[in-house]
Design a protein around this ligand. Structure first.
Ligand SMILES: *[C@@H]1O[C@H](CO)[C@@H](O)[C@H](O)[C@H]1NC(C)=O
Ligand SMILES: *[C@@H]1O[C@H](CO)[C@@H](O)[C@H](O)[C@H]1NC(C)=O
Length: 264
């Protein structure tokens, strides 16, 4: 045990020596980290490798639910006109537009309408430009020295790495949980209403110009399960989102030590 300790000590002091020589510094392990560069690399990694993915997955799920909720039905009209029975029978049997194709197109329209609007909703609720500042703030809590110069010692950062990572995780989890709850409660009901109105408008157009209204009418129906409970974002979806934004410090190109190396 003591032997191991002395070996480590020798090893440590030789690293120390190398560092000292490299930097021309008089102290051991005084290598410093450019905080601005470090938190920029880290926040870009969180935004582009994690948050973008989480947003895309969430958008797809919400879009799927909206498509499922907004249904288009073809209503056959009881013919009251005085056309011959044969003629009316034929028209009843053969709707003038292929309704299945139309329904698919309308579902596609719901999907793209929703996926188009969601990014703005998300960025209104969480402005991603504050992430880097937030990381700076968390970091200075552990390594306050030399704060004014925008540098901290690399050793301090390494000593506090676990706590720092835990704090980031705590911050992003809490922040995005509350963000998603706000979106669920306030933005999605409005977006659903807008989407419904958009599709209703398209149906008016089709009914007027394409369908023979003596026989068929397209109608919009909201699926009954979505009428009563509008759980657009469920606790499971929030959990998935949080798991996706979590930084796992195990990838070669995107771990903290790699970012540190680029920032010293
Ligand atoms: C986010 O904040 C920055 C800086 O405060 C601002 O310039 C930008 O317009 C904001 N973005 C959104 C989407 O509000
Ligand atoms: C989402 O909103 C609905 C309706 O307000 C609510 O019942 C549900 O609990 C909310 N989901 C979460 C995860 O807060």
């Amino acid at each position: 045990m003591i032997k191991l300790f002395s070996v480590l000590l020798v090893l440590f002091s030789s690293i120390c020596f190398a560092t000292t020589v490299d930097l021309g510094s008089t102290f051991c392990n005084q290598e410093t980290v450019d905080i601005n560069r470090f938190t920029l690399l880290l926040s870009n990694h969180l935004l582009f490798d994690h948050l973008d993915k989480a947003y895309t997955q969430l958008s797809k799920k919400i879009s799927y639910q909206f498509r499922d909720a907004i249904q288009v039905k073809v209503k056959k009209m009881k013919s009251t006109s005085i056309t011959s029975t044969i003629e009316s029978k034929q028209s009843v049997l053969i709707p003038p537009v292929d309704v299945q194709i139309l329904k698919r197109q309308l579902k596609g329209a719901v999907g793209s309408f929703v996926e188009d609007k969601l990014p703005a909703i998300l960025s209104n609720r969480y402005n991603t430009t504050i992430l880097q500042n937030q990381l700076d703030h968390l970091l200075y809590q552990y390594c306050p020295s030399k704060m004014t110069q925008g540098i901290v010692s690399q050793q301090c950062l390494l000593d506090n790495l676990e706590s720092f990572l835990t704090e980031i995780q705590r911050y992003t989890s809490q922040k995005f949980q509350s963000t998603l709850i706000q979106i669920n409660e306030s933005d999605l009901p409005k977006l659903f209403e807008k989407t419904r109105a958009q599709i209703a408008g398209i149906l008016v157009h089709f009914n007027r110009h394409t369908m023979d209204n003596n026989y068929h009418r397209l109608e919009l129906k909201i699926k009954s399960t979505h009428k009563t409970r509008k759980h657009w974002i469920t606790p499971d979806m929030i959990q998935d989102f949080i798991n996706t934004i979590n930084h796992k410090d195990n990838e070669e190109e995107t771990n903290i030590r790699h970012f540190l190396k680029l920032s010293t």
